[in-house]
Design a protein around this ligand. Structure first.
Ligand SMILES: Nc1ncnc2c1ncn2[C@@H]1O[C@H](COP(=O)(O)OP(=O)(O)OP(=O)(O)O)[C@@H](O)[C@H]1O
Ligand SMILES: Nc1ncnc2c1ncn2[C@@H]1O[C@H](COP(=O)(O)OP(=O)(O)OP(=O)(O)O)[C@@H](O)[C@H]1O
Ligand SMILES: [Mg+2]
Ligand SMILES: [Mg+2]
Lengths: 254, 254
């Protein structure tokens, strides 16, 4: 099953919200997904109900002490598992930044961890292209790029697309990607303008599903649960359900 | 006049939008402010109408070649000046990360640049506490912390407040700060809940002015102008005008 990195170097575009709710949707569909939190701020860890963990029980232990990933997994209330983040991860750029092998640690770790080879794996990234995110991108079979429907977010996508193309050349392999329009406010002309610009530039890379701006999506993390558990009738739940279905049927997780 | 760092390690909370429009408001009031863009993504540079610059004409030239800051300043259409960012800045953490003096380069540069000593200086930071942001915080007389009115944003503020307290001890000086609630959607109960939690915890550090969610604020950057020029009658313009007035009258820029 695919390893999917959820990344955009722009902040606050819905990476964590997307990771949380797509993983939950995959879990509801019975696919036993696993999430890895690679953001030192640990927002996915928080939103999943796991809360704060010590660095020895987080992804920092994998990078620093080679703790097997499967030992770091914790259960969420819904049943999918997450390898949590901790602030300790923030030091990795300083510790490993100059080591050329540092960026492929996660890829190796996933290959060696047979317990994880059957599951779709979702990786939440922080808004920076440093050692942590490079680990996610090198380990990834696919990249999902959330873009919020506003101008400053649009700028980031073009750069990211070029950065991924450069990475593809270096790795001599394709990195299939999909761009997801999020925080779409249907009452604003701006949302449609941004969507049209993205469609013109990226065509079929743009997911057909758009995630609408919906307060249920902003509120569920407060309770450490996904949007389906928080309010299954919300438009946020409907949108992420539709997105998971669209990605699944197009083979994104295959 | 004060050097103000605009920072929050959470992404997408309105740092750039706040920097753009507070600087513009100070300019309209005749105070000749200067802005420094310390985000390699260069969103303030873009939103201010300056657009892309080569690394030799950006803040990267200050850090790499000791180019005096005053030589990097470019005029915006309204008349205030900005020292632009360039992607080259992203390499600074790798280049300077281990040099203990690297974090005080900007402080020294500002002290040596007499041309800048009279102006209020606004610094836009990226959502990461690395070498660039440390330069901003060490050079700053004040820190303005935008927080968007949602749960994941709230988490970041508490950590940031502690990080600033640790920095204060190391520098043996106070770093006065103000917290600004942004992207406040008055139709959502969540906005009020988050605001109340912030008030309970941080009391008078919270600005009285709240910046409401307003499409004019998301749209003006597309045209490379501030919200006052884009739509002076918008609630976004009214809110940032009120914020600049509140900060000025409380001596934040003194
Ligand atoms: N479709 C949506 N409707 C309403 N609120 C949303 C939506 N998507 C995200 N949010 C809220 O917007 C904020 C930013 O989203 P999120 O934290 O998922 O972005 P991010 O890209 O992971 O941010 P960062 O770059 O800081 O990691 C969060 O408070 C989240 O709850
Ligand atoms: N009050 C507001 N109303 C409507 N849109 C807003 C408001 N504040 C910010 N925005 C929009 O939300 C997005 C995020 O804001 P902005 O880029 O200023 O945040 P940031 O904290 O600088 O992000 P980053 O962490 O990526 O630097 C932008 O597209 C901006 O135009
Ligand atoms: Mg996130
Ligand atoms: Mg910004």
């Amino acid at each position: 099953m695919a390893v999917v990195a959820v990344f955009n170097q722009k902040g606050g575009v819905g990476k964590t919200t997307t990771c949380l709710n797509v993983t939950a949707a995959l879990s509801i569909a019975g696919t036993n997904p696993v999430a890895l939190d690679l953001d030192p701020q640990g927002h996915l860890t928080l939103a999943s109900g796991v809360g704060h963990v010590t660095s020895d029980h987080s992804m920092a232990a994998f990078f620093n002490h080679k703790t097997p990933l499967v030992q770091l997994l914790q259960d969420t209330s819904r049943g999918w598992q997450i390898a949590p983040a901790s602030l300790e991860l923030a030091k990795l750029d300083a510790l490993l930044g100059s080591d050329p092998h540092a960026a492929s640690l996660l890829k190796k770790g996933l290959q060696e961890d047979l317990a994880l080879t059957g599951a779709p794996i979702m990786i939440d990234c922080c808004p920076m292209l440093g050692v942590l995110t490079l680990n996610a991108l090198l380990a990834a079979d696919r990249v999902l790029v959330p873009v919020s429907a506003d101008f400053l977010s649009l700028q980031g996508v073009q750069r990211l697309d070029s950065a991924l193309n450069v990475l593809e050349k270096k790795l001599s392999r394709k990195i299939p990607r999909r761009i997801l329009v999020t925080r779409f406010d249907s009452r604003r002309k701006l949302s449609y303008d941004i969507y049209d610009k993205l469609r013109d530039q990226f065509g079929s890379l743009i997911c057909n599903t758009r995630i609408g701006e919906n307060v249920a999506l902003a509120t569920s993390p407060m309770h450490g649960i996904d949007v389906f558990e928080y309010d299954n009738h919300s438009t946020g739940a409907a949108d992420y359900r539709a997105l998971a279905k669209e990605l699944w049927e197009s083979g994104f997780f295959a």
